[in-house]
Design a protein around this ligand. Structure first.
Ligand SMILES: [Zn+2]
Ligand SMILES: [Zn+2]
Length: 576
């Protein structure tokens, strides 16, 4: 029994409860507990043994009791009862983008559908359109969702790959025969989804490295074991490939296996035109095979007359041309970020109090933080009404007398279907700044959705648009929007666009960010943290910004406290 087993069980229970139609907060408690256990560096059996389960964020009495039963007996009565009511195979349907638990429950009740295959067949035969609450559009969307799933399956979220990769890398570096070791592949480029994890090691003793590699405790299966390349499958179902190379080829191998393929093809072509040959062993003179460089990536790029190109932008989207003319952007770094402006507290659906969140932000060295709870109509997430806003303002005012950083009272106000905001103007005026976002009503045409968002962005009180497309990676495709129109509105109305750092959002994505920057958009990077632990997600937002070529100047929450206060005020005056 390990942490992954327990975390998976809790997630399964949450999914089953979701289909059953249980209370939102009860379900969310299971999800937060699953995540806390997944992320905990401590072994679950030790936590149970020492009665320390409740030290983890979000684990209360009821869940702690269930975990204890499961860890001690290998069974959980509650889960067994639940899975008698709802067949487990039905959970596979929840992976389909655009298909939520309510609809899954209906499909099971009405058509007895409990597999993706039978659902696909029913869609093709047009059986869904006559069910109450479905219709032809839904039927088509579900079929599209199935196709999307078929395309993305087998890939992991960046967040999962990153945690697994960093952990493994740390373990490898403990081996004394390692001269140098790094992640490569799409994980080093911080792509939003990752196929498998690549690790490159420089060593003169590959045998010892390979022995150490396969002794990693989180391996489920060894796939290939060789002298210079070994592949394993982790318990978390991610494949890891390790390659060991001599130190003089380390940079060449790292460059080669980092990719992207498109980037490498262009770089190799450039090498050939200059009379060189480039491969994973090094850069060579083409005619004489004389070794020119390979020890570091920097050497190789410089020998080709290029600036060093940061991994995140190696996508053949103009970076090679820019490196040639020494005009690469100075990419944003995580340390440039001075505050997090998208955070939830217990006032709405967060699991930590404002003061806990503020304390955790202070530890990260921020100069300011903004608490943005949901607005009134979002009942499912306990959106705030007038009275609660006053209480929140009072609490923040008191906190600001002693807090080591400045706390702003913000909101994440819903944009209603007609494009108006969920609070009247006088209420919006109570906040230091206003973020807006959509959380309900996703069935809209491209024009309708674009218009809805643009109306919201033009409101004079609005500072930024949260998670602009509303996609959930692997679950919901997000609005099909006229992005250029949104970018133009952002510039005209002085409304920033968010890069949401939450692992399954990363919204806007890298390509949209790059296009937005070209059109003059300014961005904020927010975590959308619903618990202290989520503040860590900032690095994924920053990575997305880097993949979109953003520099410090493009991101509003890199400025100091005085400047951001001016920005909040200025936005209002110019527009209002
Ligand atoms: Zn939101
Ligand atoms: Zn939010």
């Amino acid at each position: 029994m390990n942490n992954t087993d327990v975390s998976n069980l809790l997630t399964t229970i949450a999914d089953l409860m979701d289909i059953k139609g249980e209370n939102f907060f009860k379900i969310r408690a299971y999800r937060l507990a699953a995540q806390a256990i997944h992320d905990s560096p401590e072994d679950i059996s030790i936590l149970v043994e020492e009665h320390r389960l409740k030290d983890l964020a979000g684990i209360g009495d009821a869940i702690a009791k269930k975990i204890t039963e499961f860890v001690k007996t290998g069974r959980l009565t509650y889960f067994e009862r639940l899975s008698e009511e709802i067949p487990l195979q039905i959970l596979s349907l929840l992976q389909i983008p655009g298909l939520g638990p309510k609809k899954v429950a209906t499909l099971f009740r009405v058509l007895n559908i409990d597999t993706i295959e039978s659902l696909k067949q029913a869609c093709i035969e047009g059986k869904l359109r006559d069910i109450d609450g479905f219709g032809e559009i839904t039927e088509r969307n579900i079929l599209r969702g199935i196709q999307l799933l078929e395309r993305t399956s087998g890939r992991s979220l960046l967040y999962h790959a990153y945690n697994n990769g960093q952990h493994y890398l740390q373990y490898i570096r403990e081996c004394s025969k390692v001269i140098q070791a790094d992640l490569a592949g799409s994980l080093r480029r911080m792509k939003e989804t990752i196929g498998d994890i690549d690790i490159i090691v420089a060593s003169e003793d590959p045998d010892t490295i390979m022995d150490h590699f396969i002794n990693y405790p989180k391996i489920k299966q060894i796939l290939v074991q060789g002298k210079t390349k070994t592949s394993v499958l982790l318990i978390d179902s991610i494949q890891v490939d390790l390659r060991v190379v001599p130190i003089q080829s380390y940079g060449a191998a790292l460059q080669y296996f980092t990719g992207s393929k498109e980037h490498n093809v262009t770089v190799r072509g450039l090498a050939v035109r200059q009379g060189f040959k480039l491969n994973e062993y090094g850069l060579f003179e083409k005619n004489t095979d004389k070794f020119l460089s390979g020890r570091t990536e920097q050497d190789i790029y410089n020998n080709l007359g290029l600036q060093f190109i940061p991994p995140e932008i190696r996508e053949n989207r103009g970076e090679i041309e820019a490196a040639k003319t020494k005009t690469l952007p100075r990419l944003l770094e995580e340390k440039d970020v001075k505050g997090d402006l998208h955070i939830h507290s217990t006032y709405s659906d967060g699991s930590n109090s404002i003061s806990d969140m503020v304390e955790a932000c202070a530890k990260r060295g921020y100069e300011y933080v903004g608490i943005t709870d949901h607005s009134q109509s979002l009942k499912i997430a306990r959106g705030l009404d007038g009275e609660a806003i006053q209480a929140k303002k009072e609490e923040i005012k008191r906190l600001n007398e002693t807090a080591p950083l400045h706390v702003f009272c913000g909101t994440e106000c819903d944009i209603k279907s007609d494009g108006t905001l969920d609070y009247p103007n006088d209420v919006l005026g109570l906040f230091d700044y206003v973020g807006i976002g959509i959380h309900t009503g996703f069935n809209m045409t491209k024009d309708e959705a674009t218009e809805r968002i643009i109306q919201g962005m033009k409101h004079p009180s609005v500072t930024f648009l949260a998670h602009p497309t509303c996609r959930m990676i692997g679950h919901r495709e997000g609005f099909d929007l006229d992005m250029d129109q949104i970018f133009e509105t952002a510039v005209d109305a002085n409304t920033a666009l968010e890069i949401n750092s939450f692992p399954d959002r990363l919204d806007l994505n890298d390509i949209q960010v790059k296009r937005g920057k070209e059109l003059g958009v300014r961005f904020i990077i927010g975590t959308d943290a619903h618990a202290k632990e989520h503040l860590e997600y900032m690095k994924f937002g920053v990575a997305t910004a880097r993949r979109g070529w953003l520099e410090k100047e493009d991101v509003i929450n890199t400025v100091d406290l005085t400047t951001i206060e001016e920005f909040f005020k200025k936005g209002r005056k110019e527009n209002g």
